[in-house]
Design a protein around this ligand. Sequence first.
Ligand code: SF4
Length: 441
Amino acid sequence: MATTLTQPKVGIVSLGCPKALVDSERIITRLRAEGYQIAPDYTGADLVLVNTCGFLDSAREESLDAIGEALNENGKVIVTGCLGHEKDVITDRHPNVLAVTGPHQYEQVMEAVHDHLPAPGHPFVSLVPEAGVRLTPRHYAYLKISEGCNNRCTFCIIPSMRGDLASRRIDAVLREGEQLVKAGVKELLVISQDTSAYGLDVKYAPYTWNGVERQTRFKDLCEGLGELGVWTRLHYVYPYPHVDDVIPMMAEGKILPYLDIPFQHASPKVLKAMKRPGNNEKTLERIKRWRRDVPDFTLRSTFIVGFPGETEEDFQILLDWMAEAKIDRAGCFKYENVTGAASAALPDHVPEEVKEERWHRFMALQAEISDARSQSMIGRTIDVLIDEVDDEGATGRSKADAPEIDGSVFIEDAEGLKPGDLIEARVTGADEYDLWADAID
Ligand code: SF4
């Protein structure tokens, strides 16, 4: 006699940064492993999990609104993620949530789900795909190497929410990377709060992967990932001197010639107030060396304008430095007080209209730098990883573009192309952020 299996359905709302996305993916993997189904909308779900972000006050509001929406639409809501760290903030506004857990508390999230929606416990519905379940398209995946951070940037509350650096074992990270590649991933995006500090907390403990002993450290990680034969992109790299160790791997094509370094500012005075490393003259020399040694090296960064105490002179230092460093891709945030951040108590807060004006000047300079780079690409042949194909053509990315934050490459004639294809294309047009290209047969 046939058994009818009913699988309890859980809806997921994932807010925030790629790091939160990885947490959601892990939770989904666990849910699927235990036989739960993932519901695509509120109405089809027996329960909704909201993975929140609590970094900026605006993100906290967005998270609280999302919890409210899930409660209205579904009624059974469990909250996890960064804002879960401040349980009272959530329960004051939404007393009817079923449970609140903090970031990376996978066990607690699962316990809360079990309490309110028991697992089916049938072996036929408890199978896990080898590489887990991912929310990102099949051909790229985020690889999280550590949690937490040992730095204490004054504008940031992540260390107080997520704790000090806790690195994953290098063999576990490389094994996960290998499984993802076996499952069809063409691009690995390495993420953490501070990628270059990887392993410091575990004193660079050695483990064996693929018959070779490797230390839990940035250089060994990049060497291992470089052996997997796919694009490896490094995000959130603090500019410590040992970052130079991966430059030869970029020159050899083992790691993508791309570094995402959140510089935040260039004025030594502002950097000191932010508690960030301040030797930007030296950093400038290093950037020039990286560009000399690695063809098509791309530097992405984020900056904050209007930090407390930032004068017009400080801001000008930032603009001059940007122009000299030729930061290829830059995100710019207007300083915002985050509840609990030390910077809120600093003197000389910058008026909103000045922040606004500086932000526009910053973005105008960035557009100029970015446009010059884009225009110089016309006529060149580049590698493109295809992300999407529809009636209007294909959209992909070059080695210089990370998904979701950088530009795209548009290909009109997409005949025979599918997501995940890696092709060669000749660039025919460009604007500040995007390129247009023809596929080469
Ligand atoms: S490096 Fe600074 S900004 Fe980044 S997570 Fe650590 S403390 Fe926050």
